[in-house]
Design a binder for this molecule. Structure first.
Ligand code: PLP
Length: 234
């Protein structure tokens, strides 16, 4: 069977998170008390009003093809949220809705990265980031963060990692898995480096905006000098 598969698919192995989740289930089945930190799922069910809205949408026949980038009123609502919560000015034509952050990140990587291009990712990171770069046949360049720096990278580290092949910088703040949150001042220091490198696009994964145990959420898209090349995933 595997002889029929593409060389690209054969480069992938079982995702670490799924492997850990399976191990957790196996240990639990043996009666071992396991705290499973593998899959990131909330410990509550979908709220009732969300369930009812989804049921109503089906009953109202909102089940045909949508515009590819999303319905105009949904995109307007996203703009309203980004203005209200993040003080970010976007127009509906700047918004693309999708079936999740993983899909959005995959679309962005495939749109930006050619074979051999470099993508800088601070460690520790959500395991899928490097797999997406592999799909695009790019190279991952890791920047190691340390506990001394609260798992955040410095502008010096960023500058040292950039080469003429760097195309994308991809990070999450708040970060999965470290929980690190960059302050406005820390982001501003990184922006100073990006200003010198106009070929780099920044993928800012902000899906954990509200899972923040440290302080104010700040988006790197607030800096006008680089906003044109920031894609916010939220
Ligand atoms: C940092 C990060 N980004 C994106 C995702 C994927 O989000 P979604 O379920 O919306 O595809 C995850 C899921 O664990 C994540 O941890």
């Amino acid at each position: 069977m595997s002889t029929n598969l593409s060389t690209l698919l054969l480069r992938f192995s079982e995702p670490e998170t799924l492997k850990m989740a399976k191990l957790g289930r196996e240990l639990r089945a043996k009666g071992i008390d396991v705290i499973d930190l593998s899959l990131g799922e909330p410990d509550f069910d979908t709220p009732q009003h969300v369930k009812e809205a989804a049921i109503k949408a089906i009953n109202d026949n909102w089940s045909h093809y949508t515009p590819v980038a999303g319905f105009p009123d949904l995109k307007e609502a996203v703009c309203t949220k980004l203005k209200r919560d993040n003080q970010l000015d976007y127009k509906p034509e700047n918004i693309i809705t999708s079936t999740g952050a993983k899909q959005s990140l995959a679309n962005a990587i495939l749109a930006l990265v050619d074979e051999g291009d470099e993508v800088i990712i601070p460690t520790p990171y959500w395991v899928t980031y490097s797999e997406l770069v592999k799909i695009a046949r790019g190279h991952v360049v890791e920047i190691r963060s340390t506990v001394e720096n609260n798992f955040k990278i410095t502008p010096q580290q960023l500058e040292a990692a950039i080469t003429s092949n760097t195309r994308v910088f991809m990070f999450s703040s708040p970060c999965n898995p470290s929980g690190a949150v960059y302050t406005k001042e820390e982001l501003a220091a990184l922006v100073k480096i990006f200003e010198k490198h106009p070929k780099i696009t920044i993928l800012s994964d902000e899906i954990y905006e509200y899972i923040n145990f440290i302080g104010q959420h700040e988006s790197i898209a607030q800096f006008s000098s680089i906003k044109e090349r920031v894609a916010v995933i939220n």
